[in-house]
Write a protein that binds this ligand. Sequence first.
Ligand SMILES: Nc1nc2c(c(=O)[nH]1)N[C@H]1C(S)=C(S)[C@@H](COP(=O)(O)OP(=O)(O)OC[C@H]3O[C@@H](n4cnc5c(N)ncnc54)[C@H](O)[C@@H]3O)O[C@H]1N2
Ligand code: MOO
Length: 390
Amino acid sequence: MISVDEALEHIFALSTPTNTETIPLTEAQGRVLAQDVTALRAQPPFAGSAMDGYAVRSADVSAGGTLTVIGEAAAGRRFDKPVGQGQAVRIFTGAPVPDGADRILIQEDTDRDGDTLHLHDDLDAGPYIRPAGSDFPADFTLSTPRRLGPNDIALLASMGAGQIVTYRPPTVAILATGDELVAPGERPGPDQIMASNSYGLHAMFRAAGAHPRLLPIARDTAASLSTAFDLAASADLIVTIGGASVGDYDLVRPVAGARGMEPSFYKVAMRPGKPLMAGRIDSTPIIGLPGNPVSAMVCGRIFVLPLLDAMQGLSAKPAARLNIPLAAPLPANGPREHYMRAVMADGVVTAFDRQDSSLLNVLHRSNALVVRPPNAPKANTGTPVPVVPL
Ligand SMILES: Nc1nc2c(c(=O)[nH]1)N[C@H]1C(S)=C(S)[C@@H](COP(=O)(O)OP(=O)(O)OC[C@H]3O[C@@H](n4cnc5c(N)ncnc54)[C@H](O)[C@@H]3O)O[C@H]1N2
Ligand code: MOO
């Protein structure tokens, strides 16, 4: 059996980034930027007022003094004459500061009587002017690759980018297999259960910027599986669930093999997830996840998400880990790397006692996986352990 790191290397070797496409900024959430974007101009493009008040020359400001108001500058509409000695311009937040002025007096520090402005004795120092380019300069560039979120999109809009070039979201065909499975919402027979992890994976892949598609559940026959593979043919990635182990009805590998799958590996020294497999059918990568619900979800997190990142032009690297002290001791680990469902809170992490790979309710209550290396010795309370946040 190969290690988790080796399996991930094999999986990365199967992938190539998707092509790119130009999209409007309103479609950019979760996409990965594929072409650098340079700002149209500096922001702000002019020195602007940060407050409602009066634009003045600081040399003219004296506590209790007076100034003459000569005009008004509003956001979107500048006052286009300079402010001279003893003068003030009424100004609002976001308005260009008129030439000559180097300070904004906030209106709370003044009283207005016609064109005469009386300054209070106690004046806020200010200057409440945002210099041109203080957010970003004219040649500012947002570089690839970067997964875009709301803050990036606000910045790109501010840079004047109406359209951007991103990697096309990879399409993922998700194929659940098993005579025992029915879709949630359908009526199960007495020996049947709900297909669950396929729905969890669908959500997981979607949140990772992919376009997942749930195929109809394949029955435990070669013919049914083969039909399902036909439906998956156009996808950028095929993810099968179940039928990967050694039972008589575990048909995914033989059927994929008969369709020309070039295998990369089968079985990984990890828990849960031992019967993981990967390969390629023609040029399409295929990952076969174990059927146990938690195994499928953990392998989705540890293997498929990094692959989806790489397919979207991001660097090929394992799930990021934190180092968090244990809140309770852990026993020595066996020969497989163990991804233990756990709760991280208040700076410590606690693994659940029940780690069976069928327990979705435990996974649901987890927000982290504690990673126990192969043959790790017993770990005491307080020992920092690697943790993958969920
Ligand atoms: N003799 C051995 N038996 C098993 C071994 C082994 O090494 N030797 N490995 C065990 C481990 S570990 C795992 S994990 C499972 C994986 O088996 P499969 O990938 O072949 O999965 P299935 O047998 O099809 O299903 C296992 C389990 O999960 C349920 N399942 C399957 N698909 C779904 C789905 N989409 N949603 C919800 N639940 C699903 C299925 O009903 C079974 O209960 O094999 C062990 N056995
Ligand atoms: O590897 Mo299985 O995934 O332990 O349950």
